[in-house]
Design a protein around this ligand. Structure first.
Ligand SMILES: Cc1ncc(COP(=O)(O)O)c(C=O)c1O
Length: 379
């Protein structure tokens, strides 16, 4: 915990690109901060001047693990370092043996493929893969309830959908999973660092994310996977290597295999450069306060929605509970490339995903950015 917190309004100055750009594309990759570039520059200067300090880089990875645990309100012992959502899904999918009759996996039909392909592959083991069509840009609990039954082994969904910004009702879906006796796998790539996860954590079995979006290191290479303690006990660390050891630096050779007693036995070997970057990038959450970051994001998205409504741009209409830091506007007949070009010429960066103009905010945005976007959209 930082002793005294800086006012979040100064955060913008740590992201130099905000001087020239109204950047609304954190849902793809975050902007880079001076804190990140200084950490990289220093590490590379030390590397070239004195040799590579991998012990320091491993320590940075541990600090990043703790910072991430703090951001989602988890115990650090429950966080594994797994570099991508797909790798985390693969770890869980690899636990499933040949299906018994009637066993199924429930997933979204239009989920991001990292949280879709690993489950589809379980069809080869005999599982029925029940793909639920999206409503309102995401998965609605009622639709899941119709498909989940006593044979359902796992329900996988995104906390926030990439293309529409639809935020899942995690508690309702977890409740359905609980009644079916199924595991919940939550893809947190568009929620971690953007919005609070802590209120939902008790109902989630596995929550996985990479680092390149709202966690502020677009260079990527690290990822974080919360695994509920009871689930840790019931699964096998299929990727275990030295890093999974109780004391990794004493685990290079056998014949003993003393695995970590915490979620770190599910760790993959990390990218040392990414660890240096994540340690620096994630420190900003503590510097400004995790809750302050989330509150600022909610404020920004409310302003954005109001301003869009004022100019008659209809965002995908979602109940408050399903809103996130991503706002999507159906493109209808608009050519996405032409619109993105027009915005880019006005210094505004957005994205087009699955038929929507996607606008995502993070705490380094401000009302000037929103003004710029609105006037560009009015043209
Ligand atoms: C919802 C969602 N999940 C996952 C990812 C990334 O998946 P992976 O970590 O497997 O590259 C993204 C975007 O990069 C995403 O938007």
């Amino acid at each position: 915990m930082g002793a005294s917190r800086e006012c979040i309004d100064v955060a913008r100055h740590l992201f130099p690109a905000t001087k020239n750009l109204a950047y609304f594309n954190t849902a793809a990759v975050s902007l880079g901060s001076t804190v990140l570039s200084e950490a990289y520059s220093k590490f590379i200067a030390d590397w070239t001047g004195h040799g590579f300090d991998f012990v320091y880089a491993e320590q940075a990875g541990e600090k990043a693990r703790s910072a991430f645990a703090n951001i989602i309100g988890a115990r650090v012992e429950d966080i594994a370092l797994i570099p991508s959502v797909s790798a985390a899904a693969g770890l869980i999918a690899s636990q499933f043996g040949k299906a018994d009759r009637g066993e199924s996996i429930v997933i979204g039909e239009r989920e991001y493929s990292s949280n879709h392909f690993p489950w589809r592959l379980l069809e080869r083991k005999g599982y029925e893969i029940r793909q639920i069509p999206f409503r309102n840009g995401g998965l609605e609990p009622d639709d899941i309830a119709e498909q989940a039954d006593g044979g359902t082994r796992l329900i996988a969904f995104s906390a926030v959908q990439t293309a529409s910004g639809h935020r899942s009702d995690i508690l309702a879906i977890a409740d359905i999973a609980g009644r079916a006796g199924a595991m919940t796998f939550v893809d947190g790539a568009q929620m971690a660092g953007a919005l609070p996860v802590a209120p939902y954590l008790d109902s989630i079995d596995v929550f996985a994310t990479s680092d390149h979006k709202f966690l502020l290191n677009a260079g990527r290479g690290m990822g974080y996977c919360y695994i509920r303690e009871s689930v840790q006990r019931s699964i096998v660390p299929t990727n275990a290597g030295w890093k999974a050891g109780a004391v990794p630096f004493e685990s290079f050779f056998g014949p003993d295999m003393r695995l970590s007693q915490t979620a770190s036995r599910f760790d993959n070997s990390i990218s040392w450069l990414a660890a240096i970057g994540d340690d620096a990038a994630l420190s900003l959450f503590d510097r400004f306060g995790v809750d302050t970051v989330f509150a600022k994001n909610i404020e920004l998205v409310e302003t954005l929605r109001d301003r869009l409504a004022e100019i008659g741009r209809r965002a995908v209409d979602l109940p408050d509970a399903n809103q996130s830091t991503i706002v999507a506007i159906p493109l209808d007949d608009t050519d996405p490339a032409a619109l993105l070009d027009h915005l880019k010429n006005a210094g505004v960066v957005c994205a087009a995903r699955d038929g929507n103009l996607r606008i995502s905010v993070h705490f380094y945005n401000n009302s000037d950015d929103i003004d710029r976007l609105i006037s560009a959209l009015k043209d």
